[in-house]
Design a binder for this molecule. Sequence first.
Ligand code: SF4
Length: 159
Amino acid sequence: MSRMFVDELSPGETVATSPTPCMHCVTPACAESCPVQAISVTSDGIVLSASLEKCIGCKNCTYACPFGIPRVDDVKKMMYKCDMCYDRTSKGTPPMCASVCPTDTIMFLEEDDLKNHSPKEVQYQWDFGGTTIETRTVIGLPDTKRNSFGFYDGEGVQS
Ligand code: SF4
């Protein structure tokens, strides 16, 4: 099971949403905290969802992940999260979310293509109280600020 989570930015105020992808950390806290080694990392750095056979649903990964990514199905007692549809992407096929997105909000791009779409700086290191987390998923940072409704305004002024 693989999931790309989509979060509401300001529920009740706006319909704006934002995808929340796994950051595929270089040193993934989810995998390191798993007591049964159910979360494996591929040779090319993709952090997979927990193995169905191994996961005991303890939720350690949900507490350890600094980005709040893993979810645990309490009934099935197993964790699930985005694993970049590794069965597809490892063969060059875009992940399902990008394949079905009608507005191309989610795109699956090579690094050079990404630079053509957005020449802005990307962020791949995050500071959590002095602990630096390095990720393989990068976030492009807009140079405008977000208004109170969750939209980026054209003036760069936060209202
Ligand atoms: S973002 Fe969370 S779930 Fe994804 S690899 Fe990092 S620690 Fe694991």
